[in-house]
Design a protein. Structure first.
Length: 264
């Protein structure tokens, strides 16, 4: 190259450096009680679950808008709807006594549910027959006490409301509710409701569960809410001091149908 060409290249490189846009700062994360954590990547969570648990097979609906994880026994089905809004149902878990029987229990979770909460749920489901329940067994006082014991031990406030019994986190940002009236109807979608947010009627996220949802599963979720922490993007001008108190349970109600196509 001639001296003129070299000079032109050098000048251009200086211009490129001085005009290059700086990289945007990485979001700062803060530790918070798990019920206040960001939702995270639900699709990646499901993929990791399926990779680790070969007893579940992955199916996709013909539209690719829904993924199903079906246990080899055909009695437990997990449905993940991909195109949902934060407060819409994105997960449905349904358990059956046999592959062709009626549903025993079901649970749903909205799209904004924190990944650590969902991970606790999936881990429980992966532990063999952890989804079994006995149809016809009433939800009695002992069952409710066992299910919510982690919340009581963590100092969650216990109150009676027009909707039943409620446990509220010390910071008032999460809650668990049991409705004894709906417990008499096995297919009721929301005998148990777990939520986060200051208003239970407009929750940030929620999980709901039908009456015969295994108490051991709900107790595991209570333990997670009461003692686990997560992360969320730091909010300018807001400092949150995490405390060892938990979160709340959330809403169930959907039937996992038979998928249309299978993905390998």
């Amino acid at each position: 190259m001639t001296d003129t060409e070299r000079a032109a290249i050098a000048a251009r490189s200086v211009f490129d450096v001085t005009t290059a846009k700086p990289e945007p700062p990485r979001p700062q994360l803060e530790a918070v009680p798990v019920y206040l954590a960001d939702a995270g990547d639900h699709d990646a969570l499901l993929d990791s679950f399926l990779d680790a648990h070969g007893e579940f097979e992955k199916w996709r609906a013909w539209s690719d808008e829904t993924t199903y994880a079906i246990h080899e026994s055909q009695t437990l089905r997990i449905e993940r709807a991909h195109e949902t809004l934060a407060r819409e149902t994105a997960w449905t878990v349904a358990a059956y006594e046999t592959p062709v029987s009626d549903r025993m229990w079901h649970l749903t979770a909205t799209d904004a549910t924190p990944s650590p909460v969902l991970q606790s749920l999936l881990i429980h489901l992966a532990e063999g027959d952890g989804w079994d329940t006995v149809i016809g067994t009433p939800v009695d006082e002992r069952t409710v006490t066992t299910t919510t014991q982690p919340l009581a031990e963590a100092g969650w406030k216990h109150t009676l409301t027009g909707h039943g019994i409620r446990w509220t986190s010390p910071d008032g940002q999460a809650g668990v509710r049991f409705d004894p009236l709906t417990a008499q109807h096995p297919q009721n979608p929301a005998t148990w409701t777990i939520w986060a947010g200051s208003d239970p009627d407009q929750p940030t996220w929620a999980i709901t569960a039908s009456p015969h949802t295994p108490s051991s599963l709900l107790a595991d979720l209570s333990e997670t809410l009461a003692h686990e922490t997560g992360t969320r993007q730091a909010q300018p001008g807001h400092e949150h001091r995490p405390r060892l108190a938990a979160s709340a349970l959330a809403p169930p109600a959907v039937t996992a149908g038979r998928p249309a196509s299978r993905s390998r």
